[in-house]
Design a protein around this ligand. Structure first.
Ligand code: NAP
Ligand code: GLV
Length: 310
């Protein structure tokens, strides 16, 4: 009997267990190590699990994560190097991110922060937005999520550019590659969206120096990880007017501590890490497909490159 260990915390486990049992009726799904022997476990599906868990699973064939970003699992000293780590690439998650980025780009494109300020002051001010073709949006990260958002915005007529580590060619989207081309991407980004994985190279990438390279009055949307942003540098750039507004969905410490200055900043929108949430219905199927591939002797999809860090 093939055994899958479910060890995801901070999510609706009842829904996940029902969906996984429906999708994988031929597999025994255990919710803890108390039943049977840990040596019988072939696969584990994990998120925010207790330290030391992976050390107790000697016969894992693959490790699956509930999230797209894997930096916390890569930091686990017990992560086995010879077991494939498979990250979440879920159609439901992609739909959510696409909606969220579109919503916030349109919010800034259509001057909504200024309209909201006008309403507070009971002022009738008609602002004329530029055409989308004259609005330049830059996307850091052109992976599963970044490329989708870039395409959606380009299809609406926005002037979109994206940045990645290796060269990408995307119809109707200007692409920039590697550290040496980051300044060119920044220079043309009136709205900057961060959809990078958190790695040593991207940690703190939204900082005083990079913010200063954006056009004055640019907007920042961070839907990746809190560590991408140097908090004090962003506040300084907002207070000086270099940055006109920021939408932040992820933070260095989550939940964002009550005393953090982001909460009350008039030009920051704080969201509780909800830009995109792995959806049980679609993701349980993705996981099942991947497990069946492995059982059939095929490689899984979306294996993390441990040296690259994403
Ligand atoms: P992905 O498919 O792995 O794409 C990552 C992209 O970033 C790739 O285009 C990659 O370049 C680029 N990249 C990585 N390191 C780089 C560097 N040093 N310089 C330039 N580009 C670099 O990841 P994804 O599935 O799109 O997810 C992206 C991130 O979104 C996740 O890691 C996670 O942190 C975040 N996320 C947040 C939420 C939320 O609700 N807030 C939800 C889901 C995911 P190459 O294409 O050249 O490899
Ligand atoms: C959420 O932030 C994820 O990485 O899936």
């Amino acid at each position: 009997m093939t055994v899958l260990l479910y060890a995801c915390y901070g999510v609706d486990s009842a829904a996940w267990l029902t969906a996984l049992r429906n999708e994988l009726p031929e597999i025994e799904i255990r919710e803890s190590l108390d039943r049977g022997s840990p040596s019988e476990i072939d696969f584990a599906f994990v998120w925010k699990y207790p330290p030391g868990l992976l050390r107790r699973l000697p016969n894992l064939r693959a490790l699956f994560t509930l999230g797209a970003g894997v930096e916390s699992i890569l930091a686990d000293p017990d992560l086995p190097e010879d077991v494939p780590l498979v990250r979440m690439v879920d159609p439901g998650l992609a739909i959510g991110m696409n909606e969220f980025v579109l919503m916030r780009v349109l919010h800034y494109h259509r001057d909504m922060p200024e309209h909201e300020r006008s309403q507070s002051a009971r002022q009738w001010v008609r602002r004329v937005p530029p055409l989308p073709q004259d609005r330049r949006v830059g996307i850091l990260g052109l992976g599963k999520l970044g490329a989708l958002c870039a395409r959606t915005l380009a299809n609406l007529g926005f002037d979109v550019a994206g940045w990645s580590r290796t060269h990408k060619s995307l119809d109707g989207i200007a692409t920039f590659t590697g550290a040496e081309q980051l300044p060119a991407l920044l220079k043309r980004s009136e709205i900057l969206v961060c959809l990078l994985p958190l790695t040593p190279d991207t940690d703190g990438i939204i900082n005083r120096e990079t913010l200063a390279q954006l056009p004055r009055g640019a907007f920042v949307i961070n839907v990746a990880r809190g560590q991408h942003v140097v908090d004090t540098d962003l506040i300084e750039a907002l207070d000086s007017g270099q940055i006109a507004g920021a939408t932040l969905d992820a933070f260095r410490v989550e939940p964002l501590p009550a005393e953090h200055p982001f909460w009350a900043h008039p030009r920051i929108t704080v969201l509780p890490h909800v830009a995109a949430i792995t959806q049980v219905q679609t993701a349980a199927r993705t996981l099942a497909t991947n497990i069946r591939s492995i059982l059939a002797g095929q490689p899984a999809n979306h294996i993390v490159d441990l040296t690259r860090g994403y």
